[in-house]
Design a protein around this ligand. Sequence first.
Ligand code: F6R
Ligand code: MN
Length: 191
Amino acid sequence: MYQIMVEQAKAVVNAGGGIRGEKVSHGIKYLEQLQGVFEDREAFGAMDPKTLVYEVDSQAMVSEGTAGGLFFGTSYIHPGQVGNEYFMTKGHYHNRRESAEYYWGIEGSGLLLLMEESGSIRAEQVIPGSLHYIPGNTSHRLVNTGTTVLTVGACWPSDAGHDYKSIEENGFTARVVNVDGKPVVLCKEGS
Ligand code: F6R
Ligand code: MN
């Protein structure tokens, strides 16, 4: 029999989803980086380009593209609107299309838009504790429909990669807008 030293965890995740520790980075998305994402161009142009729309903490214990590894992250989508459309993430497919991902709600409330390449779209309600399995071949976007920060955890394969281009070119087939204080999902014809 022999003893091994017990190590401390390499990182900690606090109750609010914040990740601190080894190989953790913090990304910020300002409104100016979301050109073309929101429908109302006039409202977009009238806003401060430095408005903070969302942030992401993530831990990468292996380098991007490593087969068999996992990444772990927390996204914080701030409350706000561009015109009547709620703040949201850019949204993406995974480069490696078959890659799935887990999301889970931590704080706040919102919607997860899930779109297949056919354009067929659905939305899941995100609340603290909700668990969302995002299958392969499905683009995903988080929308904050509340008045507080929407915080969502995520875990995805380290070789999934991100394809933002398909969304930049074609967009999502649904938008989430505030109608009389309530979120309404408006779908394009045929989706
Ligand atoms: C990772 C993932 C999330 C998002 C984050 C920001 O695959 O889905 O960590 O990257 O919510 O959204 P995007 O990447 O669309 O700007
Ligand atoms: Mn993803």
